[in-house]
Design a protein around this ligand. Structure first.
Ligand SMILES: Cc1cc2nc3c(=O)[nH]c(=O)nc-3n(C[C@H](O)[C@H](O)[C@H](O)COP(=O)(O)OP(=O)(O)OC[C@H]3O[C@@H](n4cnc5c(N)ncnc54)[C@H](O)[C@@H]3O)c2cc1C
Length: 398
């Protein structure tokens, strides 16, 4: 499919909590999903698709969906090369990419299967590159090949390297449009989005809300403004705040979230011809990130990034400190930033795989937490949603 410009989807109306009360006149639901990033929205859509007879709501603290990680990322559709064979990341990325391409085709969401090269520029990197290739094969990534300098030049005329992994199934998309398209379907099936609702408390209540029968909706969710929503079950998909959401529901704050900011630079317009597809380095095994890479965007820009620095604020996108010394000649101006939610275990180790967790205490059987969903969670979102929906059906007996 196409690389035509994205449709004008920003015109999608935003629902506020007051509009929600006006539209629906009640505040009880079977299942509430907290967080309208790509994981929350795809999960809510999948749950509603599987259980059309139930009432669902998504609660989001911002005015708009996908305002944080899902709207501040590289926009790469990863193919699944890097991840430990058998891990959730490996399985869900490969399946997620396939589902995402299918979804984008069906919904006419602009995307491009522009491919990717992981390029070794130094002899010392070649064993690691080969190991990556083997890993990709074990993960059943489609179309992988090892290529030499001549083929690198054929694919990326301005790229020099000794050897590369060629991944033709890697692509680009704007994840905000994927999330908005999923939200459209969620609305079509009768789901409800409540924005401007920052969850401040989740607890079991002794009383049901006025007008509801008995104790049908025993979980009370309260906003920072004192509004209440009642439900039977909760799924939290709060990204950078997943540990805090867990904690306020009486569940464990571990693993904790550490925010890592990623900044991008953009190539000067007259230098954009240098890059055709995604170009990545061989990752440094000491770090959990994939390395600074070139990524083409739909507006014609080419981004270079993201770096990874500890952020001083979970949703802080401004750079306080910047050294111009390392800015290469071809790089024109600062691009956008994102903040990654990376989970850290009790011993201070970065948690590599996706983590989904039930609750503890009295609410345990009624709550499911997405605790760690870093990259490639946007790629994997439709597969993660399938998994969470199955798990929720089992645990909650939906
Ligand atoms: C710089 C960067 C580059 C990346 N590149 C890629 C890439 O190329 N490909 C890829 O697959 N992945 C990439 N990722 C990862 C991907 O963006 C994330 O894994 C994914 O977006 C996580 O989605 P999410 O829904 O879990 O989190 P988010 O998008 O952060 O959504 C969480 C939502 O919860 C809401 N929320 C939080 N607390 C509350 C509360 N108390 N009450 C109500 N709502 C609340 C937030 O407002 C937010 O909308 C990248 C991430 C970053 C930061």
């Amino acid at each position: 499919m196409s690389d035509r410009p994205p449709p004008q989807r920003d015109a999608i109306p935003l629902l506020t909590s007051s509009l929600f009360i006006f539209c629906f006149g009640f505040r009880t639901f079977d299942v509430v999903v907290i967080g309208a990033g790509i994981i929350g929205v795809t999960t809510a859509r999948q749950l509603l698709q599987n259980h059309g007879d139930l009432k669902f709501a998504i609660l989001e603290k911002e005015q708009e969906i996908a305002s944080h990680q899902s709207g501040h990322n590289s926009g790469v559709i990863h193919s699944g090369i890097y991840y430990t064979p058998g891990s959730l990341k490996a399985k869900l990325c490969v399946r997620g990419a396939a589902l995402l391409y299918e979804f984008c085709e069906r919904k006419s969401i602009p995307h491009r299967r522009c491919g990717k090269l992981i390029v070794a520029v130094d002899q010392q990197e070649i064993p690691r590159l080969r190991a990556l290739y083997e890993r990709g094969l074990r993960n059943q990534v489609p179309g992988l090949a090892m290529i030499g300098p001549k083929q690198i030049k054929e694919k990326e005329p301005y790229c020099r390297g000794l050897m590369a992994v060629d991944s033709p199934n890697t692509g680009i998309v704007i994840y905000k449009y994927v999330a908005k398209s999923c939200l459209d379907e969620f609305w079509d099936y009768g789901g409800c989005l409540i924005t401007d609702f920052e969850v401040a408390g989740i607890e079991m209540t002794r009383e049901s809300p006025m007008g509801s029968e008995g104790m049908q909706y025993p979980v009370m969710i309260r906003s920072t403004k004192g509004e209440d929503v009642y439900c039977k079950y909760v799924v939290t998909c709060a990204g950078l705040f997943s540990d805090r959401l867990s904690q306020i529901s009486g569940c464990s704050p571990e693993p904790r979230i550490v925010p890592f900011r990623g900044d991008y630079l953009m190539l000067k317009p007259e230098k954009r011809y240098l890059v055709k597809g995604n170009i990545y380095p061989v990752p440094d095994p000491r770090f959990p990130f994939l390395g600074v890479h070139f990524t083409p965007r739909f507006d014609g820009n080419v981004w270079l990034g993201p770096n990874a620095v500890l952020a001083f604020k979970r949703e802080g996108y401004k750079l306080c400190d910047f050294s111009a010394r390392d800015v290469a000649d071809a790089v024109a101006y600062r691009g956008p930033s994102g903040v990654r939610a990376q989970a850290l275990d009790r011993d201070g180790n970065l948690v590599d795989d996706f983590v989904f967790d039930s609750g503890t205490g009295t609410i345990a059987s009624r709550i499911l937490h997405v605790r760690n969903a870093p990259s490639p969670a946007a790629t994997s979102s439709l597969a993660i949603a399938e998994m969470i929906a199955d798990e929720a059906a089992k645990r909650f007996g939906l």
